[in-house]
Design a protein around this ligand. Structure first.
Ligand SMILES: [Zn+2]
Length: 428
């Protein structure tokens, strides 16, 4: 198969010949029996998400491995890491293998289960990290995401344990006592609205502690969804020491701010904006963008968090936290980072494919588009303008904060080892 007229990382137009799931040739005027017209789209290595909630097993009303990975493919992803906070929790070799098998059978991209750090995400006893690493799912990323591993001794033991198989602990940094009953970012607006505040220090204190712990035991730490300017400063300091710390930012934290809770196109107190960690201030957003540009923040991860309507369309305090994100991630990153001149397409490929694959230790993903590499390719038209229509999502859930907004860009096609999962913007 020949993919005609694409611009690798935004460069000059070329054709790509794909054979046996790999890139066999890159050149001009390539011909073959089967061709796909790229129409001058940008070619990126297939995107890799380090932080996706697929909800299966247990909440198939919100998402399944099949619908979640269809959503991923439409967003340009060829691999996702499925978070462990399912029901049952992915805290044993049996459950991670179940998710891995569902991925092999039904998925539209590669599915890599994340293992829980503690049994039942309860923060009391380490889960079977070694057994999950040795299982067919070959788990390398462990996280209690949704909850913080707040016990320092357990966190230390987990960091020590995963060194044996080059694993990484992905921490959801939220000091639980400082965020008891918290509803939104603590600041001027939470005060005015009378909602319990979620102080930045609740995130920053855990990040500081865990950077010190990771350095102390010489292990790999990853920080999920960094959301404050102070967190960025701590991570910048930890990296300057040479410590093995990486972190991610979500698309929504690069674009949206806490004042939307007070005033927005969909009214005040609309739980569509309720998310963990909460939307922060404009100053935080600016700091996160600068940190993603300079490499202090390593990657963009979606934290795709599907919820059924009844869990979101309720009063603010009762509503579930989270937003879907797979199908809008690249457009939001274009809006926040590319249109602002902070990143070029090579920079986007690093942060949304190459580095997340490296952190997750995925061999066959996140490789530069070169001859011999697996043909995991995303074609993206940055000149398109699309009004976000949740009813068109492949995801089972519709809880997007971007409904009705016009965002730049459109995923034209996605190829997983040479096989199209999306063509002309539609699932294959
Ligand atoms: Zn989280």
């Amino acid at each position: 198969m020949i993919i005609k007229n694409v611009r690798i990382l935004g460069g000059e137009p070329v054709d790509i010949r794909v054979a046996d799931g790999e890139i066999a040739e890159i050149g001009q005027g390539l011909e073959g029996p089967e061709t796909v017209d790229g129409g001058g789209a940008i070619a990126l290595p297939g995107l890799v998400d380090l932080h996706t909630h697929l909800r299966e097993p247990g909440r198939e009303d919100a998402e399944t491995v099949q619908t979640g990975t269809q959503s991923a493919a439409r967003g340009g992803y060829t691999a996702v890491h499925a978070m462990a906070n399912t029901s049952p929790v992915a805290d044993t070799a049996g459950v991670v293998e179940q998710v891995w098998r569902l991925g092999r059978e039904f998925a539209h991209c590669d599915v890599h289960p994340v293992g829980a750090v503690t049994v039942g995400l309860e923060g009391k006893q380490l889960a079977e990290l070694g057994a999950m690493a040795d299982s067919a799912a070959r788990v390398r990323v462990f996280s209690d995401d949704g909850k913080c591993v707040d016990d320092a001794v357990l966190m230390r033991r987990a960091l020590e344990y995963v060194k044996a198989f080059d694993g990484v602990i992905a921490q959801h940094a939220q000091e639980p006592r400082l965020t008891s009953g918290a509803q939104m970012n603590e600041g001027v607006i939470s005060g005015r609205l009378g909602l319990t505040g979620w102080p930045a220090v609740a995130e920053e204190a855990i990040i500081a502690r865990d950077c010190l712990l990771a350095a102390h035991v010489g292990s790999r730490l990853h920080i999920c969804h960094v959301s404050t300017a102070g967190s960025v400063e701590i991570i910048r300091w930890a990296k300057s020491k040479g410590w093995n710390v990486t972190c991610e930012v979500t698309p929504h934290h690069l674009l949206l701010t806490d004042d939307l809770v007070e005033e927005s196109p969909v009214g005040a107190y609309n739980p569509i904006y309720k998310v963990n960690p909460p939307l922060r201030t404009r100053a935080d957003v600016e700091a996160l963008r600068a940190a993603l540009a300079d490499g202090t923040i390593d990657i963009v991860a979606t934290d795709h968090a599907p919820h059924p309507v009844e869990d979101k369309e309720t009063e603010w305090s009762a509503a579930a936290m989270g937003m879907v994100g797979l199908e809008t991630a690249l457009s939001v990153v274009q809006e926040a980072m590319v249109e602002t001149g902070l990143l070029d397409w090579a920079g986007v490929a690093e942060r949304m494919s190459v580095v997340p694959a490296r952190i997750g230790r995925l061999g066959g993903q996140g490789q530069p588009l070169e001859v011999g590499a697996p043909a995991n390719i995303t074609l993206y038209d940055p000149s398109a303008r699309t009004e976000v229509d949740p009813s068109a999502f492949a995801s089972k859930s519709r809880n997007t904060p971007y409904e009705g907004m016009t965002l730049p860009g459109r995923v034209v096609a996605t190829f997983l080892r040479g096989r199209a999962t999306v063509l002309e913007g539609k699932l294959v």
